[in-house]
Design a protein around this ligand. Structure first.
Ligand SMILES: Nc1ncnc2c1ncn2[C@@H]1O[C@H](COP(=O)(O)OP(=O)(O)OP(=O)(O)O)[C@@H](O)[C@H]1O
Ligand SMILES: [Mg+2]
Length: 300
């Protein structure tokens, strides 16, 4: 059955806030524990998501850069949509060891994506380079095989993050519980407002705020309380502390569920995945049938 996948980006301009760790493990639990068909897309030239899930990313047969080329040029080898005649490319996704979990990997080349470098300064019209990611996903013939598409974003606001914001509808923000974290978050909210207004992307919203690197200190507690007051609906019930097994699992290219399924961190990652799953967008926020060119698609 065709589905309209939820498209969720994990974003915080602060480096090392836990984005990649959350994407790798939440995607793993959605696929492994919840039976959801999941695609994780690495949009960070550091290429850590693929590594965290045990994939070779230096010489991949396909990578995220293919999502940023101008699809208007097309490719005769790609099948056409029988109704519209449009070219419908397939995604450069690779299966992982985990059933139902596919990954689109990234590497350094992503930072040099053609035409994107000055994207943020161009007109936000339909052919702006920063819209290519969204357009290529919309056009692709296999996006509708997935229930969830999770994006891992780079740790800075540039054209790649802008592309991701235009391609997703929901944003998950991991917030490390440090003094400066709230500033970074406020900056992200301003950028999202700009994207909603300037690019007309009204559906864009924060669906979950995940406190990370919690410690029993007064500072962490204060930041947590501020977040909870400001985002009473969005804040996750699950707070992530320091869990060395998460780091170790990644160094072996494994999800926490494969590496240390009985560790407390596995329970936390599963709980977060299920919180996210339960935060279904309200019906009024769903794209109308046909908005994405898939009038027959249904949401599970
Ligand atoms: N809860 C945690 N406990 C301990 N270590 C963690 C935890 N979350 C992430 N890490 C480790 O901290 C480092 C940074 O995490 P991660 O790569 O997920 O952050 P990021 O936001 O994706 O970073 P970047 O902005 O550079 O992409 C990694 O080495 C990761 O293994
Ligand atoms: Mg990362």
């Amino acid at each position: 059955m065709l589905t309209i996948p939820r498209r969720i980006a994990f974003i915080n301009e602060k480096g090392g806030s836990g984005k990649t760790t959350l994407v790798a493990n939440i995607a793993s639990h959605l696929a492994l524990g919840r039976g959801r068909r999941t695609l994780a897309i690495d949009m960070d030239p550091q290429g850590q998501l693929g590594k965290a899930l045990g994939l070779e990313v230096r010489r991949p047969k396909g990578s995220a850069i293919q999502l940023l080329v101008d699809s208007v040029l097309g490719d005769a080898a790609h099948p056409e949509d029988p109704d519209t005649g449009a070219i419908r490319p397939s995604l450069p996704a690779w299966p992982t060891r985990i059933p139902r979990l596919d990954v689109i990997v990234a590497n350094k080349a992503l930072a040099l994506a053609p035409g994107l470098a000055d994207a943020a300064t161009t007109d936000p019209d339909d052919h702006a380079p920063e819209r290519r990611l969204a357009r290529n996903l919309d056009l692709s013939r296999d996006l509708h095989r997935y229930d969830f598409v999770l994006f891992d974003a780079p740790p800075s606001f540039g054209s790649l993050t802008l592309s991701v914001l235009l391609a997703c509808e929901e944003v998950v923000v991991p917030v490390p519980l440090t003094f400066l974290a709230i500033d970074g978050f406020a900056e992200l909210l301003r950028t999202m407002k700009m994207v909603r207004e300037r690019y007309g992307h009204r559906a864009l919203r924060v669906s979950m705020v995940v406190p990370t690197f919690y410690r029993r200190t007064r500072m962490a507690q204060e930041v947590l309380e501020k977040l909870a007051t400001r985002f009473p609906k969005e804040i996750a019930r699950t707070v992530v502390g320091f869990h060395v097994k998460l780091d170790e699992a990644q160094s072996h290219g494994l999800s926490i569920f494969e590496y240390a399924p009985r560790d407390r961190a596995a329970g936390l990652m599963a709980a977060l995945a299920e919180e996210l799953e339960a935060r279904e967008p309200r019906p009024a926020e769903l794209p109308r049938a046909g908005d994405r060119g898939q009038p027959t698609a249904t949401r599970r």
